[in-house]
Each structure stands twice: as structure tokens, then as C-alpha cells.
Design a binder for this molecule. Sequence first.
Ligand SMILES: [Zn+2]
Length: 314
Amino acid sequence: MDDEWIELFEGPLSEYADSASSNGRVRIPWTELSEAHPDLAESVLSDPETTLKVASNALGRVGPVRTTVRVYDLPDHRTYRVGKYGSSMLGNLIGVRGTVVDVNRVKPCAREAAFECHLCGTLTRVPQSGGDLIEPGQCQGCEQDGGMRLNLAQSEVIDYQRIILERANSSMDDPPVEIVHLWKDLCETLSPGDTVTVVGIYDILPNQDKAVLETYLDAVSINNSKQPATVDEMADWQVKKWTFETADELCTAGSDYDCSKREIVETVADEHGVAEGEITAALEDLDDQSVVSERRGGRIHITTSSPPTFEPAE
Ligand SMILES: [Zn+2]
């Protein structure tokens, strides 16, 4: 994968590699990456942690070393409103739109903490997520768990900021929120009230003792601009209503009173300008409510005889 990135940085993405020299980061639109190398673009989505690290290392061989590779402008089906993505997205790169409601102070944080063994002195390095300190299970040198001490001088300490993103224009009393971790140059770029799209790795906070896991988004890039934000302005119920009505129409037209999920997604996206991820999420909601059901081969059936009411009660 190294060589493929090097070819990209020397070829179609060379302008980005050139721009990397000044500030320790390079921002690449996902769509351009996808045109230049579809497989790598897919890897960025499905295994962002490894792929972006490899990209940064490759860039270090043709340009400045230690440059963070930031990808933005994900495809529509990977962009969601806060809370509209399922556990299947854990470990993946997703775009999340929302309003910034809480901004913590920027603090130094160990991105990689070095622990020194009391018994043999070996340093064991553990990547950190920004939450509670993750300690190594045992020493890499003597393989004992004889107690370890954090060695700050040997740790990689960088700027860190925690923010909270809330679903924008939600009709709920208690709209869903997501914790977002910002690192380095992404710190201090946001204020409460900003409506943003954060591209990041969806992950579980470490050291949890409950079955319902706390999640967070490890930010890779931020777009703090007015997106074609039609979806932000739509209430949940509206997207669900369109999705149900479209499914109902297509099923009625179908020979077995069913239709393909793909067809619903494309029709709603075309007619109402809703992002594909939103429509997929609406279909999942409808399935949870037993209004529709998905059968084999991605076929959707309507499983209710009377259409539900989607509008919120006054
Ligand atoms: Zn040891």
C-alpha cells in the first residue's frame, strides 16, 4: 500500500503533497482520491486508522515527514446527522453533521503514552484515545505486570480538545449528541453554535464497564461551512415519511409487492435531495418499528396495512 500512496503523491495528488510542507498537514478531498485510486479511497473509509497512517508515512518519503493526512468531503452515503449511524460503522470513517454545543479547553494530551517498567525499565508505548489513560497489560520487556510509571518525556504529547456535537434542527426534546476528539491543528477551530461536518473515525471510548458502550468520533477533518445543508433543515419525521411513501409507491408498482432497497434510496435522494445515509437510516428506523421489513437480496416489503403518522403531535 506504501508504493501506491507514493505513486499518488508523485502523480495525481502531487499538488497536495507540495502543499504539505508548511503546516504539518495535508487536506485531500475524498472524491479526488477516489478518482485517482478507488481501492485506496475505499480503504480510507473501511480502515481509516491504518490507511491514513500508511499515507502519512508514504508522504514522508516523497515530501515532508510527520505530515498528518486529512481526508474530507466523503460521499453522501457516508455522511450522517448525529446519531444516525449504527454500530456497523465502528472503526470506519464517517462524516457527521451537527451543531457544536460544548467546547472544552485545549489541553496537552498524550497521543502515545510511554510506560516504564519498575522491574526492568523497558518502555512500552500505548496509543491513547483522549479519554482515560490506557495502560499496557504487561511489560514488553520482561512480560511481567510489575507496575509501570508513565514517562512523560518519552511520550508524544500534543494539543487535544473535546467538543460535543448535537443533531441540528431535531424535533426531539433531547437530541442525540456525539463526543468529538480534536487533535493538533483541529483544536480551537470551533465555537458553540457552529454547524459543521466532522469527518472522523467512529470508535468506542476505552475502559468501559457497561454493556451500552460510549462512542466518540476521532476527528480527521472539519468543514465549518454552509454545506448543501438541506438535510440539516429537515426533521427526522419528514425524511422517514418520504422514505415510507416512496417505498409504498414502489412496492405497489412491483409485481410481488416489494421493491429493491437501492431503488428507494435513489428515488428519495433524487426527489428530495436527501443524503443516502439518511435514507438508509430512515429505512432501518422503519424496520425497527415493523413498518417495513428487509428480506433477502435487499428487497423491502411494507408490513403494515395502515400507513403510520409521521408528523409529530402538536
Ligand atoms: Zn519489565
